[in-house]
Design a protein around this ligand. Structure first.
Ligand SMILES: Cc1cc2nc3c(=O)[nH]c(=O)nc-3n(C[C@H](O)[C@H](O)[C@H](O)COP(=O)(O)OP(=O)(O)OC[C@H]3O[C@@H](n4cnc5c(N)ncnc54)[C@H](O)[C@@H]3O)c2cc1C
Length: 395
């Protein structure tokens, strides 16, 4: 039975929210996590690729029920069709292709097992504020409306987050700050290899973004793309239909699911804390701006947010000053990396298709033995010292 008062209320049971709920509950706080989705994880709005590091860090053992495929190689194809290949050599890092319908539910179950209450199908439509700070939420579920009070509110409500905005934070995304994506889940495709992540660049393919083919098994893949609204002439799904038509190995595939969604690629919010409030995951824009990958950052930040919220409640101080520990810790853990990728994205966006082909030509001759942005940049600067000024600060 859900109570009307908790130490910590989390809005959103995605990777950020469920991880935050888990760590807060583990630390002894009473926790409620609310999500408007009737079934957590559905609809999927994700390419479902995740590097193994975050699972190791958080002590989560990959389960074949949700870690459905392993990847350890990457192919990047330039606008003119030049291929750059990178594989992690023996003992290198592994990535997973998830089934997020099961993964998101697994993370919520993990939070529940740790003691958190979970309510699916519950939409948060407003904040309860006192003296200008949030002290609870107003929510509706089928047949009922409720007001739930809390000492700390965690906004893990994704890219379209409203909680932070309602609390007075500036979260507006400009057209250039968001990749709009479309994705098909396709069966019967002819994949080059089931361990290979494929990326396709080009203004004709995905203006301001890229197309991806992420294998879920030998003939089953997530095929998607993201475009920058400010550069695209058409809807992402139209670019995707054209991409599939152009790829002989995908043409025989059957579309069993269509997904769409937005990814914030502007870099993290300047401040993610207010009195009684923490903002995590896509809501805090903690996404890799180059790749659009955000599951790992959402989980890392969620873990820290839950810990800090529980400690602050136990100490009886949920002021912005006390909660700043969260802001400080997640920035130490990932901000430098996110800012570096933001710069790399800006450089990539400044290059023409011809320039991308030239760079790909250089990289295609190198035998990389790990998937590393730094290694690729070093090769590029050596081959074309003129690039140094553009890549300044990235190396
Ligand atoms: C097409 C696409 C492909 C992607 N591919 C990848 C990928 O391959 N790898 C990767 O790492 N990342 C990928 N991402 C990004 C990744 O999906 C997100 O970064 C990640 O899901 C962020 O987790 P989160 O918990 O912050 O937010 P979300 O997963 O979006 O969860 C937010 C939750 O909040 C709930 N919610 C929102 N508002 C309310 C409300 N008012 N009341 C109640 N509940 C609410 C939502 O229902 C949702 O469940 C992709 C994104 C898109 C759109």
């Amino acid at each position: 039975m859900v109570k009307n008062e908790y130490d910590v209320v989390v809005v959103g049971a995605g990777p950020a929210g469920s991880t935050a709920a888990y760590s807060a509950a583990k630390m002894g706080a009473s926790v409620l996590v609310l999500d408007r989705r009737r079934e957590l994880g559905i609809p999927v709005q994700c390419g479902e690729a995740l590097a193994e590091d975050v699972l190791k860090e958080l002590g989560i053992k990959p389960d074949p029920a949700w870690a459905v495929n392993k990847t350890n190689a990457v192919k990047i194809v330039s606008p003119g069709g030049i291929e750059v290949r990178i594989s992690e050599r023996a003992g290198g890092k592994v990535g997973y292709i998830l089934n997020r319908k099961i993964f998101d539910k697994f993370l919520a179950l993990r939070a529940a097992d740790a003691g958190a209450d979970v309510m699916a199908g519950t939409f948060v439509y407003g904040l309860i504020q006192e003296d200008g700070r949030p002290v609870g939420v107003k929510a509706s579920a089928p047949g009922q409306r409720m007001e739930i009070r809390c000492k700390v509110l965690i906004a893990a409500d994704g890219v379209a987050s409203r909680i932070a905005r309602w609390a007075g934070m500036k979260t507006t995304l400009k057209l250039d700050d968001i990749e709009t994506c479309a994705q098909f889940q396709m069966v019967g495709v002819k994949l080059e290899a089931p361990n290979l992540l494929e990326f396709y660049l080009g203004s004709h393919i995905a203006p301001g973004g890229y197309a991806w083919v992420f294998p879920k098994s030998e003939n089953y893949a997530n095929v998607g793309l993201g475009v920058l609204a400010s550069r695209a002439q058409r809807r992402p799904i139209e670019y995707l239909q054209e991409f599939v038509k152009r790829m002989p190995n995908l043409q025989s595939g059957k579309i069993v699911e269509i997904n769409a969604g937005g990814v914030p690629v502007c870099g993290p919010l300047d401040n993610t804390v207010r009195d009684g409030l923490l903002v995590v995951g896509d809501a805090a824009r903690q996404v890799n701006p180059l790749t659009g990958g955000g599951i790992d950052s959402a989980m890392r930040a969620g873990n820290i947010a839950g810990e800090v919220a529980a400690k602050a409640v136990a100490e009886g101080d949920v002021s912005e000053k006390r909660l700043k520990e969260y802001d400080k810790r997640w920035r130490e853990a990932m901000e430098k990396r996110l800012q570096r990728y933001l710069k790399a994205k800006d450089v990539l966006l400044s290059l023409s298709d011809e320039e991308l082909d030239k760079l790909a030509k250089v990289l295609s001759k190198v035998d990389f033995d790990r998937i590393s942005l730094t290694d690729m940049l070093k090769v590029l600067v050596k081959a074309s010292p003129k690039l140094l000024w553009k890549l300044k600060g990235l190396l």
